[in-house]
Design a protein around this ligand. Structure first.
Ligand SMILES: [Zn+2]
Length: 333
């Protein structure tokens, strides 16, 4: 039943998706082709032959090791048919601004809002590839604040506010026809941070930006030690930061877009512990904004879901604990 021969295989349109993933067999087949692109291979003994149980468990014919395609992933112990998850992944990835929990509940006819909300939080955790390439070239780095009622002096350390670090590629490119130069935004990274100390900035920059890149920041002194080795550092005077031709224009633009998104998502009830999930989803969409293939985004999510680890209820929230792996490194532990 499984065709393992195709690699970059995804539905090109919604019609194609609906026709292809109507039944459970087709969904499990697709998960298998994503997990084993060159065909089934036992991780224990390397054997290639398998049986398929009636519950879609793949069993190695030599050592009888069993592989479930959903156990141990974000779909672990789900009571809903796999076709529901496929529909959710399709809507999540192909709608321009994603899908809300209310919409998902209605579209799938789920009994509870909380189930829809939980599914979306889990899918958000699958938007970031652990081995993604770092940003490079000219990268603007900045920090901004979200939430909190009290206004602090120019942001830093303002009480009750959540700090977000932003990095965005913005370079000049030349038009091959007119030979004019223009500014172009590249990929973006966003990370909730505990503070703006040199340690936090260093962790963020080292995890997200290729050595040798030009890092453009404001004049915050914490950046200096971080950027003394391996990066070219340009610190912009406050007066020039809004200048589209030099300053932190890209980082400021992302900042305002994210703030707008947070305002509309949380509707005044901002909860910092879920913020990173929403930032991850934003980055996923932003970095694929020019992709012409909607189905490819769906395939990317399925790839991450197959590799994902199960998320317990309490792990959906994002622990603002400095020793938490997820927090300090910005990805799933
Ligand atoms: Zn085996």
């Amino acid at each position: 039943m499984t065709d393992f021969s195709i690699t970059e295989d995804f539905p090109k349109t919604e019609i194609e998706f609906d026709q292809r993933f109507r039944d459970i067999d087709a969904c499990y087949s697709y998960l298998a082709s994503i997990k084993w692109p060159s065909g089934f291979i036992c991780e224990d003994c390397g054997h290639k032959a398998h049986w398929l149980s009636s519950r879609y468990t793949y069993i190695c014919t030599r050592c009888e090791h069993q592989y479930s395609l959903t156990a141990g992933t974000i779909m672990h112990a789900t009571k809903k048919p796999i076709t529901y998850w496929f529909k959710a992944m399709w809507w999540f990835t192909t709608r321009k601004s994603g899908v809300s929990a209310v919409n998902l509940q209605e579209l799938l006819g789920l009994g509870s809002y909380h189930t829809a909300w939980t599914w979306l939080q889990k899918l958000r955790r699958c938007t970031i590839r652990k081995d993604r390439e770092k940003l490079s070239g000219r990268v603007e780095v900045d920090e901004f604040f979200i939430g909190g009622k009290k206004s602090g002096k120019r942001g830093r350390g303002a009480e009750g506010k959540t700090i977000v670090l932003v990095a965005v590629e913005r370079d000049t490119v030349q038009d091959p026809v007119t030979l004019n130069h223009f500014w172009k935004m590249g990929r973006v990274r966003l990370q909730v941070a505990l503070d703006c100390t040199a340690f936090s900035l260093e962790t963020f920059i080292h995890h997200n930006i290729e050595k040798g890149s030009t890092v453009v920041t404001d004049k915050l002194s914490s950046y200096r030690p971080v950027l003394s080795q391996g990066y070219r550092h340009v610190a912009i005077e406050p007066a020039h930061q809004k200048n589209p031709d030099s300053g932190l224009y890209g980082a400021h633009l992302i900042t305002s877009l994210v703030k707008r998104l947070v305002r509309s998502t949380f509707q005044g009830r901002f909860e910092p512990k879920y913020l990173q999930n929403y930032l991850d989803e934003y980055v996923f969409r932003f970095n694929r904004r020019k992709s012409k293939s909607i189905g490819k985004k769906f395939m990317r999510i399925v790839q991450e879901v197959v590799k994902s680890c199960k998320i317990r209820k309490k792990d959906i929230q994002f622990d603002l604990d400095p020793i938490s792996e997820y927090f300090s490194l910005g990805f799933c532990a």
